[in-house]
Design a protein around this ligand. Structure first.
Ligand SMILES: [Zn+2]
Length: 267
């Protein structure tokens, strides 16, 4: 009897662990979305106290406009979630998105992403990491579930957690550049975020061709702290080549969006 129960439990865990990313890649994940959301929310809270939140209304409104257009295109589970979008006063050209509906954009990014379509490329990329559960894959690979839960608890209660574990957790979520431990997403995570991100921005009615200009600007401007999205792309030509071969599909999505009256006009 007990053996059958154990077998049943094992099967349940196995089914929960095997999922598929939006781009069709098989994944092994041991941590549920609920747990990941708690980690994202706690980490965002910490960001808001350790970094300077921008009070520039124009910049905040502009970034929110682009982010909202992309959030509208997410699968139901995510687009019905409340998303918080915040601009941070920081000169590095960086941005991030966290499980639990959190998006952060640095003011430095607004100098490199020169129009709404280029900004949509970066926000699409970051949100694509979240929807593809890349953080959950990394936490599953790099931390024990128990340690991840304890660390989340410590971050949210602001108690003295093991600093190393805190940094590991936050960089697994994609906040490495902000906390000084850059744990780059793997090449396959990055490519998946590039292509799924392009889908999202094109579905929202942004111009997918601008993604190529964005990555060119980014390569030219890189220096100082390496943004998360440049960390595993030492060769921007490869990235642009992949995007270009995906472009016909993305252009089709944006045409459908335009036919449906989706023409973002974020300023
Ligand atoms: Zn990335």
């Amino acid at each position: 009897m007990q053996q059958r129960l154990i077998l049943l439990l094992l099967i349940t865990v196995f089914i929960a662990a095997c999922t598929t990313s939006p781009m069709g890649r098989k994944q092994f994940i041991l941590i549920g979305d609920e747990q990941m959301n708690q980690m994202g929310v706690a980490s965002f809270q910490k960001m808001k106290t350790s970094a300077k939140v921008s009070d520039n209304h124009v910049a905040n409104r502009y970034v929110r406009c682009v982010a909202n257009a992309i959030v509208n295109e997410l699968p139901e589970k995510w687009h019905t979630q409340q998303w918080e979008v915040i601009v941070f006063d920081d000169n590095s050209a960086n941005a991030f998105a966290l499980p639990g509906g959190k998006i952060g954009v640095h003011t430095g990014l607004l100098k490199v992403a020169k129009n709404q379509d280029q900004l949509a490329t970066v926000i699409g990329h970051e949100v694509a990491h979240v929807i593809s559960r890349h953080g959950a894959e990394r936490v599953s690979q790099q931390m024990g579930l128990q340690i991840a839960i304890q660390t989340t608890d410590a971050i949210s209660k602001n108690t003295m957690a093991n600093q190393g574990q805190q940094k590991t957790l936050m960089s697994a979520l994609g906040l490495g550049a902000q906390f000084g431990v850059l744990l780059p997403f793997s090449r396959s995570h990055e490519s998946e975020a590039d292509l799924y991100g392009l889908d999202l921005m094109a579905k929202a009615g942004f111009n997918p061709r601008m993604s190529v200009n964005l990555w060119e600007n980014m390569a030219a401007a890189s220096g100082g702290r390496t943004p998360e999205f440049m960390s595993t792309h030492p060769n921007p030509e490869n990235r642009i080549k992949k995007l270009s071969s995906y472009m016909p599909h993305a252009l089709q999505l944006s045409q459908v969006a335009h036919a449906n009256g989706k023409r973002p006009n974020c300023k």
